[in-house]
Design a protein around this ligand. Sequence first.
Ligand code: RP5
Length: 180
Amino acid sequence: MGIVMGSDSDLPVMREAAQILGELGVPCEMVISSAHRAPDKTAEYARTAAGRGLQAIIAGAGGAAHLPGVIAAYTTLPVIGVPVKSGALNGLDALYAIVQMPAGVPVAAVAINGARNAGILAAQIIALKDGEVRRKLEEYRAGLAAGVEKKDRLLRALGVEKYLENRQETRDTRQETGEN
Ligand code: RP5
């Protein structure tokens, strides 16, 4: 899997794609390129991606976010675009730039800063032909369902007020210990 970003300032967001892909057992490479500042490098990366065995590309950029679209123009691999929140328009500029591709050259856009979902969607593409990744995705989904079940049980046990107090305390502890 290729994860490309327009600048190192996108890295804190884009590493979430790499993290979930790692958990799902999909190897990936991370690359900084730019549709505007390094157009030749971007074109070369996209042109050679399929030949190097990549099966999809995740591309994240902020502002005038042309990186995913330009990559999509140079390859028929599926491209997943991540609008990165940056600058005065808070990511809306990047979202519109990524989602409004002309007919014929699609980019699958995820939410602003939605790099984790980009990783999961990329893994789902890989899972079409890779049973082990599919199994890990199923496990991941089961974990999500178990998380909802746990919260539901706790809400029933504590009631609304105590649940919210407990939730706030958990958040405060997470912030203190630097956990997400
Ligand atoms: C975009 O411009 C990048 O993807 C980044 O999100 C934004 C700002 O880049 P830097 O000025 O931080 O390098 O091309």
